[in-house]
Write a protein that binds this ligand. Structure first.
Ligand SMILES: [Zn+2]
Length: 494
């Protein structure tokens, strides 16, 4: 899956992961039954957010022996070449050229032959090596050969010097405007409640000011409070008037200000959608993006499966004889079969060895008006399945009922994330290692409907397992179950 590597240098992939545990769902269910909509009251699953130049991602934490544990292989996998071998009670891991040796039940490990203290027992579950979260501060610098800073209380891990800092000040000409400047682009979720506006940063290595409480000397916006919890950073702004957030095109400036009556009136005026433009493509730099509109054709196919690559684009050379483009077609066809057997009409976008551009793929997905788009990829590195949703660029504003081509996905992103979560849960049920990420991957960002990418890596070291019918069937069946589980939600989208 070549686009991952291409995207890494320019824009690090960010990760979002929110798997409600069975308990969370249980409690949420109880609360719903009680007629109380307080989802946040249910204890959320604990996460570790990892920030690095290679990728930003999040991992679930498990509670064992009265403390938090994390899977070491899962933690290192996005950062370099890693493999692990479980021969109980021994468990060994290779990260690039570094060897780590662990023993089940022992709080001592050896990294490159040198003793390391884990501050708690090493555990193995289903072959997964688990280390105490608190051991990462001493363990990671020795494995990675560079700085790593763990904030244990808030579940955040910074690898290398990648922190994003911010300043906040009231506009000199307007005491109702609060302006934040960030040292790197940010994309927080913004929530308002009476008296408070909260910006939550799940994907950014945001670090707080020296004092968590900022005061502004404005009666309208008196203060802001910085905090971190469960893999996220939050800025809570105290305000006496309703504020809305606007983002600068580069994503580095966020302005909170009362909504302008003029712009509200303008936004409320319905614009007349024009005809679907001819084949869209990325505009030359500096030019306005071509607007696109959602087509209103009736739905012929519920799901579109896109076998990525094809024709002259062979994708990744998975081995000397195995091209990614052939594996993606095989998975796409199995997935179609699995979906159709569940009564879900499915079109495979590339059912032959054809050349198809990314724009063409998105265009077909959009014009068929399917409820969900699934791009299949295959990879030789890592294990199991990586699921992706789009990480949208910050640079272009939506154009009312028209949407910028590079942000076409934006209204469906929550639905895409729901699909991702559902598919991940089904894969886990069949013991497949799965990770969910968001990344600036085309054409996910160009697709109007719910859109995910499924990247299948082999279950173990042997890449040829990607061709094994059993493995293909296992993955296709679980992905189909995940889509089927939220078909009502997907189908309800316009
Ligand atoms: Zn690929």
């Amino acid at each position: 899956m070549r686009w991952i590597r291409e995207s890494r240098g320019a824009e690090p992939a960010a990760h979002r992961l929110s798997f409600p545990s069975a308990w969370t769902l249980f409690f949420a269910g109880l609360l719903a039954l009680a007629g109380v909509f307080v989802l946040s009251a249910a204890a959320p699953e604990k996460h570790l957010a990892v920030y690095s130049t290679a990728a930003n991602y999040s991992l679930p934490l498990v509670q064992r022996q009265g403390r938090d544990y994390v899977g070491l292989l899962e933690l290192l996998d996005p950062l370099g070449t890693v493999s692990a071998k479980s021969e109980p009670p021994r468990w060994r891991i290779h990260y690039n050229n570094v060897l780590g040796e662990f023993t089940v039940g022992s709080s001592r490990a050896r990294i490159q032959g040198k003793d390391a203290d884990l501050s708690g027992k090493f555990l193995v579950e289903n072959g997964r090596g688990l280390v105490p979260l608190g051991s990462l501060n001493s363990l990671l610098p020795r494995i990675l050969g560079g700085p790593a800073t763990l904030r244990e209380e808030s579940g955040r891990l910074f690898i290398g010097n990648i922190a994003t800092h911010f300043t906040a000040s009231i506009a000199s000409d307007d005491p109702s405007r609060l302006i934040f400047h960030f040292t790197a682009p940010v994309n927080p979720s913004v929530a308002s409640e009476p008296g408070t506006v909260r910006m939550t940063f799940r994907h950014e290595p945001l670090t707080g000011p020296a004092s968590p409480m900022l005061t502004f000397g404005s009666k309208i916006i008196p203060s802001a409070d910085y905090s971190e919890n469960n893999g996220a950073a939050e800025i809570a702004v105290t305000t006496t008037v309703p504020l809305i957030a606007t983002f600068s095109p580069d994503g580095r400036t966020v302005t909170l200000a009362p909504p302008k009556t003029q712009s509200v009136a303008k936004a409320a005026t319905p614009a007349v959608p024009g005809p679907t433009p001819p084949f869209p493509s990325n505009p030359p730099a500096g030019q306005a993006p071509a607007p696109i509109v959602a087509p209103s054709n009736p739905r012929r196919y519920f799901a579109i499966i896109d076998a990525s690559h094809g024709g002259q684009d062979r994708g990744e050379a998975l081995s000397s004889t195995l091209a990614e483009k052939d594996i993606t077609v095989a998975f796409a066809r199995r997935l179609r079969q699995e979906l159709e057997s569940r009564g879900i009409s499915t079109l495979v976008l590339r059912d032959s060895d054809a050349n198809l551009s990314l724009d063409e793929r998105a265009f077909f997905a959009n014009t068929t008006h399917a409820a969900v788009y699934v791009a299949m990829h295959a990879a030789s590195n890592g294990h199991g399945v990586r699921l992706y949703t789009a990480l949208l660029p910050y640079t272009e504003d939506d154009l009312g009922p028209f949407r910028a081509w590079t942000r076409a996905q934006s209204p469906s992103l929550l639905l895409s994330q729901a699909a991702e979560t559902s598919v991940a849960a089904e894969l886990r049920k069949v013991q497949v290692t799965v990770r969910t990420l968001s990344a600036p991957l085309r054409p996910l960002n160009n697709v109007l409907t719910a859109a995910i990418a499924v990247e299948v890596a082999p279950p173990a070291a042997d890449v040829s397992a990607l061709t094994a019918p059993d493995y293909q069937q296992l993955i296709a069946g679980a992905v189909a179950n995940g889509i089927s589980a939220i078909r009502t939600q997907l189908g309800a989208a316009p």
